[in-house]
Design a protein around this ligand. Structure first.
Ligand code: ADP
Ligand code: MG
Length: 463
């Protein structure tokens, strides 16, 4: 069989004979590459090496715990599918987590030759920690990536890490948490947090004072550079030039860079493409508007932190009406706190409504859950008692969810009460309904119009 190559022998017998782990993995990669996006392939498969092959079990080596969790959760079936094609049915993947470059984030950092406390130029605010950052589906990925880079700065594939989101959604909190955590666990020696405005001002000053060398050295001599709100760099040509060189220097010496932005980097104007393309070398993640459940959780957390004990209805009331900005959620609580300490009174739902009247949609007095159910049932063309029935039919379930959402918006009822009026359902079912309707409303213009029409009808005085 001298002229038959190894590969065809293996094919012939349908088993892996002397093929090495690396060869199998290379074959798998060819298959995987056709099945995932190019970005996923670069991020999650390029850094992976195969280390061991035992029977039909291939062990692959990944660079961090986070990496392992992510790849296992999202790509296990893709990997095992490819493996089965190469090794036969029942092939399995195993992982070895090896952090080789700097240190294992799960282990304490190695002792340093010259022990020095970590230092930061630029101020990090202590309250911005990962522990204080409430996690929800809107920010889960961004938070996980942030934790990963702060534990192993410069050694993950997430360099630079770019976090983008609208105003008040937690960019500054998250980027500062990276710095705080990195200092706390000692994964870096020098951290620098700076807003792009401050960077610009300092740079201009340094030009005027003939101290640009000092300026450059200052920013190029850190292990972790955190730059907040890079959109303000737009059209600042000389500053951008300086930033470009800072970026290159740090990147090429394996230092971690984290940036935040109020829009996806590709939508930045007034910056050269060569810079914008660098932002995509690592990982770009966004933070979405939080869903209802997350808003409630954030309110509870902030109230706890401020020693503010409020009736549940008030949390629900705020979470229902402040929907797109976490800073405003917080603002509402602070207003209540101020009110109660000034008047030395307990905060009731009615008082909260008066204090927060600017956040409410105008509503008709005394709307009942039954009113809402009747109007929604009419609009969807289903019998009203279906609102309380157990039916899981799609149209009926949706009508019911819409009615739960509108009941929360237009009556004073608590989640619990609303649940009871819908055939004795649990309050978490109502939360789920609100999350779902908010999501559909955002996605589907026609749906939004329908909901607004019904809301209009609920607000209208009955003749
Ligand atoms: P941005 O920089 O995106 O405008 P910030 O980071 O300043 O937003 O966040 C606004 C406020 O909301 C801050 O007080 C922050 O602590 C808070 N915040 C944002 N996201 C969360 C979250 N997931 N959990 C707890 N607080 C949050
Ligand atoms: Mg900010």
């Amino acid at each position: 069989m001298g002229n038959v190559d190894n590969f065809s022998i293996h094919k012939l017998f349908g088993v892996a004979m002397e093929r090495t782990a690396a060869e199998i993995w290379t074959e798998c990669l060819c298959l995987i590459q056709q099945r995932v996006t190019p970005q996923s392939f670069t991020t999650w498969f390029k850094p992976v090496e195969a280390v061991k092959l035992e029977g039909r079990q291939l062990t692959i080596q990944v660079p961090s715990q986070f990496f392992y969790e992510w790849i296992d959760q999202h790509y296990r079936s893709v990997i095992e599918g490819a493996l089965s094609e190469c090794l036969g049915d029942g092939a399995r993947v195993q992982y070895a987590v090896v952090v080789s470059d700097k240190h294992d984030p799960l282990q304490p950092p190695p002792p340093r030759a010259v022990p020095r406390p970590a230092s930061t130029n630029g101020l990090l605010s202590e309250q911005y920690t990962f522990a204080n950052f409430v996690e929800g589906s809107s920010n889960q990925f961004a938070k996980a990536a942030a934790i990963a880079v702060s534990e192993a700065p410069g050694t993950t594939a997430f360099n630079p890490l770019v976090i983008y989101a609208g105003a008040g959604l937690g960019k500054t909190h998250l980027i500062q948490a990276i710095g705080n955590h990195a200092i706390a666990i000692g994964s870096v020696r020098r951290v620098c947090y700076v807003s792009s405005e401050k960077f610009t001002l300092e740079f201009i000053n340094s030009i005027q004072q003939n101290r640009t060398t000092e300026f450059s050295a200052n920013y190029r001599n850190v292990d972790l550079l955190l730059v907040d709100d890079i959109q303000f760099f737009s059209n600042k040509e000389r500053t951008l030039e300086e930033f470009f060189h800072t970026f290159n220097t740090l990147y090429h010496s394996g230092k971690q860079i984290v940036l935040t932005c109020d829009r996806p980097p590709r939508e930045l104007h007034g910056m050269e493409d060569r810079l914008i393309s660098r932002f995509h070398w690592g990982l770009t993640v966004d933070i979405q508007v939080p869903d209802y459940e997350t808003r409630l959780a954030i309110l509870h957390k902030k109230a706890d932190q401020n020693g503010l004990d409020l009736p549940e209805e008030i949390f629900e009331f705020i979470a229902t009406h402040v929907t797109t900005n976490i800073r405003e959620l917080e603002g509402s609580l602070i207003k209540l706190l101020a009110y109660s300490s000034l008047t030395k009174t307990e905060i009731t739902l009615d008082a909260a409504k008066r204090v927060l009247r600017d956040i409410c949609v105008p509503k008709k007095l005394n709307t009942t859950i039954e009113d809402v159910q009747r109007i929604v049932a009419q609009k969807f063309g289903i019998p009203e008692d279906m609102m309380r029935a157990k039916s899981r039919k799609k149209e009926i379930a949706l009508a019911r969810q819409v009615a739960m959402y509108l009941a929360k918006m237009h009556t004073n009822s608590s989640l619990k009460t609303i649940g009871l009026h819908f055939g004795g359902r649990d309050h978490s079912t109502v939360i789920h309904a609100i999350n779902l309707v908010e999501k559909l409303r955002k996605k589907d213009e026609g749906f939004r119009q329908t909901i607004d029409d019904i809301a209009q009808k609920i607000r209208l005085p009955t003749p």
